[in-house]
Design a protein around this ligand. Structure first.
Ligand code: C2E
Ligand code: CA
Ligand code: CA
Length: 256
């Protein structure tokens, strides 16, 4: 099936049944403790099976499906939380697109979802990209301020791939910085340039009081290197691939 035909199947009326959420653990590198889980969307196409968000998010944004998708995502995440055993300090990271970040209803939506559930505002980490903050910087800033006051935390995702990283760090309340996997995946080959960049990102993050999560850790060598550089946390296939909520408990049980 070609991509166009495939994407035409992404329709508001079937989203609720066809979207599902996978979770990938985020690990404190020094201790092995589980810091949290990142929720990652998957579209289960009736004929084609599991489709990754890289293929459908842009289409969804262009066709104004993101607001619907985010609502479904939040509801599923909250439902999933009830099914697995974890303690109250485990973070749940949610990716928010530009459209959703500037949506007036985001605060209402988040509050209504969290209230009356086991999940507290403090556990919710909202991952935003720099592109999202650029769409409507003033509005993004106001919303982030408001949501921070309510106890929600923010991560700057894909850090280093955008343009306005430094002003974002100055102007927004950012708790966590995520280094994009494109920087992480070459450091094993002794890429001096990438190591210098990672070192610089770590220093800047620490100076602003944020901690750093490295994405895309696939080898022991990368892990050792990041630990030696004092990177706080990481995620990647070395620890676990994204998995359905039903697999979390058994993964957790075998985790050191
Ligand atoms: P991201 O936020 O940068 O998420 C990390 C991506 O890296 C995920 O891809 C994850 O499966 C992948 N990954 C994790 N560890 C490794 C590793 O060790 N090696 C490699 N090669 N890849 C790794 P995924 O799940 O396909 O998601 C792709 C992107 O789609 C995400 O990138 C995010 O930008 C977007 N996305 C996912 N879920 C949502 C959502 O609910 N809302 C929005 N707006 N965007 C989402
Ligand atoms: Ca992310
Ligand atoms: Ca990334």
């Amino acid at each position: 099936m070609n991509t166009r035909t495939l994407l035409n199947g992404l329709r508001a009326d079937t989203l609720k049944d066809e979207l599902t959420v996978y979770y990938q653990p985020i690990i404190v590198l020094r201790t092995g403790q589980i810091l949290g889980y990142e929720a990652l969307l998957r579209w289960f196409h009736p004929k084609e099976g599991l489709i990754s968000p890289g293929i459908f998010i842009t289409f969804a944004e262009q066709h104004e499906l993101m607001s619907e998708i985010t609502q479904i995502l939040f509801k599923k995440v909250i439902q999933d939380q009830a099914c697995w055993n974890h303690n109250e300090s485990t973070l749940i990271s949610l990716n928010i697109s530009a459209q959703t970040l500037t949506d007036d209803d985001l605060l209402k939506l988040l509050n209504s979802l969290v209230s009356g559930t086991q999940v507290s505002n403090k556990q919710v980490m909202i991952e935003i990209t720099e592109t999202a903050t650029l769409t409507n910087p003033q509005k993004a800033r106001t919303l982030i301020k408001e949501l921070s006051k309510e106890g929600f935390s923010f991560a700057l995702d894909d850090f280093g791939t955008g343009y306005s990283s430094l002003t974002n760090l100055r102007d927004l309340q950012i708790n966590e910085i995520k280094i994009d996997k494109s920087f992480i995946q070459n450091i094993d080959d002794h890429s001096h340039a990438d190591q210098v960049l990672i070192d610089a990102i770590l220093s800047i993050a620490h100076a602003f009081g944020s901690y750093v999560v490295a994405e895309g850790i696939e080898t022991q060598q990368t892990l050792a290197l990041l630990k030696s550089m004092n990177c706080y946390a990481g995620q990647g296939y070395l620890f676990a691939k994204p998995m359905p909520a039903t697999a979390i408990d058994s993964w957790h049980a075998q985790w050191p």
